[in-house]
Design a binder for this molecule. Structure first.
Ligand code: MG
Ligand code: MG
Length: 248
């Protein structure tokens, strides 16, 4: 069942979204050569605690941290640990927070120091695929319009879209109905209604789309070892169009 959120409920999700945006800002500052991914998690925890929020990642199916940190060929679900960031890396940082029972979820990919032009292009294209998809989050449109928008941007740039992991509805749980694939056919799929809140999260690979999960049961990497980028926002469908809730 897809639940429709009231303006009051969306207001609480906006509060959670602002916490997530601050986590991103502080984590981006901390993501420098020499820092470990566990250092970045500590920064995110400090924001959650100071803002009186709760973590939706910590303990999720046993996940041990408040953010996912996914460097280079890691697509999603990387566990913060002793990996030390190096100049030229790219790092995806996926953050979530709960305020008064309402969730927000968003991800960014940041450069560590100077990165090469292709890595920069991958990040730019992935961000743009999310931006184009957001314009499709309108009552009366279909989820196929959203997925097709992501896919068009990525494929035109010569990249591939991950198919095994998708966006989702979000509300009193981090993952609600419906799933939101990063591919699709315009005019197909679930019809979007006012009050839906969706997390849209393109994962775009430099090489092939195939994924592999490491032995830790979490870390998802590109099978061919190519770079991957990930951007995500939580977006409400309002009577005046899409509202991105995970902005500062
Ligand atoms: Mg998500
Ligand atoms: Mg996320």
């Amino acid at each position: 069942m897809i639940t429709r959120k009231t303006p009051a409920q969306i207001a609480l999700m906006r509060k959670a979204g602002r916490v997530v945006a601050e986590m991103h800002a502080k984590c981006t500052e901390a993501a420098r050569p020499g820092a470990t991914t566990l250092d970045i998690d500590k920064v995110a925890r400090e924001v959650i605690d100071r803002r009186g929020a709760r973590s939706n990642f910590l303990g999720y199916h046993g996940f041990p941290a408040v953010i996912c940190t996914s460097p280079n060929d890691v697509i999603v679900h990387g566990i913060p640990g002793d990996y030390r960031l190096e100049e030229g890396d790219i790092l995806s940082i996926d953050c979530g927070a709960i305020i008064e029972g309402w969730h927000a979820d968003a991800a960014i990919t940041v450069p560590i120091g100077e990165v090469d032009a292709e890595a920069r292009r991958l990040m730019d294209v992935t961000r743009r695929s999310l931006e184009d998809a957001i314009t499709q989050i309108q009552a009366g449109n279909h989820l196929g319009d959203v997925g097709a928008a992501v896919e068009a941007v990525a494929v035109q740039a010569g990249f591939t879209v991950v198919r095994e992991y998708v966006g989702h509805g979000i509300g009193t749980a981090m993952h609600e109905e419906p799933p939101v694939p990063n591919y699709g056919q315009p005019g197909k799929g679930v019809r979007i209604k006012e009050g839906y809140v969706l997390a849209i999260e393109p994962m775009v690979n430099q090489g092939k789309a195939e994924t592999e999960t490491l032995d830790d049961g979490w870390t998802v990497v590109t099978r061919d070892g190519s770079l991957s980028a990930h951007f995500e926002h939580t977006i409400a469908v309002t009577d005046h169009g899409p509202e991105v809730l995970t902005l500062p």
